[in-house]
Design a protein around this ligand. Structure first.
Ligand SMILES: Nc1ncnc2c1ncn2[C@@H]1O[C@H](COP(=O)(O)OP(=O)(O)OP(=O)(O)O)[C@@H](O)[C@H]1O
Ligand SMILES: [Mg+2]
Length: 295
């Protein structure tokens, strides 16, 4: 298993008398090459959970494991887990940048990620830090920027002069440039127009086709339907479901967990309500719908 969350619980501020668990006893396994969507209503814990994957947040109890990297603030547990690893792996666990190179996390708010004086310098930060020469870093950064639709005219602009959608693209390029094994994106299509959304999702799809693992947080159920193979639902800090998009959207859980219904499934439900009799259970995209309707 490439990624696992093992009884992960997280409290933001233990000293706060009203503290509560932002994550409660989460168990989840993700294999190399999966395309997973993480969904759930606002405040359910999605961003908190993904930040445990590259140790920006360390579980208060339980642990997250990425390959041989163990992430936890439970010191006793960490020591115990180190006993299961080789000497080399234990050494690597002390080098956080190795985990950050493996797990590329694109933040929900790109402003948190961008800081350099120019767009190109910003994207080059990751690859330069991960030991590429200036020249190599520049080459991979330019490729990454072009892949997300940012052309040369932007390279010397300040990232802070850009529109929300452009900032998001630059933030994604900044992570792609480091070529992580696991790409984690927290609402990558928020604030993008329909063309921009499609463009970014196609970039992510291509990265997935190269064999990388994708973990994507989103409120956009059309994105889940069109791209993800597995969907994980969080609700009130707990993991409540691991399923496929098709199974989720055909079930009643969608309302239970306050999720949006994709347009296609809305239409399917409407057809049934209006008395349409043919079997729609195998309809999972517009092509399969047309096939049934056309019969
Ligand atoms: N830095 C923080 N300090 C204290 N509490 C926080 C912090 N960040 C998040 N929380 C709380 O933790 C809970 C989970 O938040 P999280 O940001 O993980 O939710 P989310 O599922 O990503 O929501 P959204 O869909 O709105 O992005 C919420 O109750 C939130 O208020
Ligand atoms: Mg969030």
């Amino acid at each position: 298993m490439q990624v696992s969350c093992n009884n992960v619980t997280f409290v933001y501020d233990k000293k706060d008398p009203n503290h509560y668990d932002a994550l409660k006893d989460i168990n989840l396994e993700i294999s190399k090459g999966e395309f997973v969507a993480l969904v759930g209503k606002t405040g359910s814990g999605k961003s908190t959970l993904v930040q445990t994957l590259n140790a920006l947040i360390k579980p208060t109890s339980g642990y997250t494991k990425v390959d041989y990297f163990i992430v936890t603030s439970d010191k006793k547990l960490f020591k115990e887990k180190m006993k299961e690893l080789s000497e080399d792996e234990v050494k690597k666990n002390k080098k956080l940048y190795l985990l950050r190179k493996k797990v590329g996390l694109v933040f929900q708010f790109p402003e948190y990620q961008l800081f350099s004086v120019t767009v190109l310098k910003d994207v080059m930060f990751g690859p330069t830090n991960f030991n590429l020469t200036e020249e190599e870093a520049k080459k991979v950064s330019i490729e990454a920027l072009k892949s997300v639709g940012i052309d040369e005219s932007y390279f010397n602009k300040s990232p802070f002069e850009l529109s929300g959608g452009e900032k998001r693209r630059v933030a994604i390029a900044g992570i792609l440039a480091s070529d992580p094994d696991i790409l984690v994106l927290d609402e990558p299509t928020a604030g993008l127009d329909p063309d921009g959304k499609k463009e970014i999702m196609e970039v992510i799809k291509k990265v997935h086709e190269k064999g990388k693992t994708i973990i994507l947080v989103t409120h956009d159920m059309d994105v889940v339907m069109n791209y993800a193979k597995k969907v994980v639902v969080l609700n009130d800090s707990k993991l409540v479901k691991i399923t496929t998009p098709h199974e989720l959207f055909d079930s009643d859980d969608i309302e239970k967990y306050s999720l949006e219904i994709p347009t296609l499934y809305k239409f399917k439900k409407l057809l049934v309500k209006k008395g349409y009799k043919k079997d729609l259970s195998n309809v999972y995209d517009f092509n399969s719908l047309i096939e049934v309707l056309g019969k």
